[in-house]
Design a protein around this ligand. Sequence first.
Ligand code: NAD
Length: 350
Amino acid sequence: MQHIKSQKAALKVVVFSAQPYDKCFLNQISQNHFPSLHAEVVYHITPLSEESAPLAAHCDAVCVFVNDCVNESVLKLLYEQGVRGVFLRCSGFDNVDLKAAEEFGMFVARVPAYSPEAIAEFSVALMLTLNRRTHRAYNRTREGNFNLGSLLGFNMHRKTVGIVGVGNIGLAVARILKGFGCNLVAHDPYESDDFKVLGSYTTLEDLLRQSDIVTLHCPLLDSTKHLINRDLLKCLKKGAMLINTSRGGILDTAAVIDALKSGQIGALGLDVYEKEASLFYVDRSSDIIHDDVFQRLVTFPNVLVTGHQAFLTEEALTEIAETTFQNLQHFADGSECRNALVGGGAKTVK
Ligand code: NAD
């Protein structure tokens, strides 16, 4: 194993899409738990793109989030400037061209499983809000309107919930919903014994036919892009609720809008949106939003959209920061990194 950088040399890291909470948690973990890494961390609120890539000039690594663009041309620009590591502060890696990173000999690592309960609990919060219409009740009582019209919900107890993708998050959702007394069905190409004690596996079509609520927890891959499309939506039980806290691209949004109009979808909860990169994480309340599909979505009374915030708990941010610095430590000292997506063996900083 070759160490070109000495242990004492600073590891220069540029954090893109850095919100104040990222800075706070990353700084805290760096100072308290990784002082020997001597990390020099620079924060930019701007997302990583071809335009912003020069901000990483002469740095060793970039640290990115869900909507940063890490395609081949961005990786090329980063590589030419000396960057050798890409550190995701998330589990999904659909925004990174892993093949290109491998060709450049770069190191890419992620945070595979931070606080799955954070996302699971948020998914259930969307279900309960849409079901019992607490978002509408909140507005009504603030305006002195105590009429209960259109606020009729249903008991979760004994309803069937279909979970698409039973990994860390899907399993955490299943465990919570078991406590509500729901019947659970799931679809996943890889079956797990942990789920089999809570419910049963079935095909995606059958899951859609049976479920009163469908919740998506699979990753966005080529094979899952528009997994929930116009044809499959025809299998959905009329009026069922659909929840997506995974990645926007798993749903065909145009087909979903048509299914809302026809009443095939009875309620929709989204924490993610196909074209969220040009909208989320910025205050656009004084802007004219040009995305007409998004604007149509938010006009439905039975649709609740949040701006990719399911991860936003103290516990999740702490784990993201800890794992990110562990990954950086492996990158710096060349030790094996089990969270690496590319180049996880003996890699050095430069
Ligand atoms: P995971 O890898 O533990 O689980 C994903 C599961 O999906 C696996 O069991 C896998 O076999 C399954 N799967 C793959 N292809 C499938 C298909 N075609 N149909 C059904 N299942 C399929 O991942 P996780 O930690 O549970 O996270 C799931 C996703 O949640 C991530 O990929 C990410 O996109 C998203 N996420 C969102 C937030 C947020 O803040 N909204 C935060 C973290 C993760």
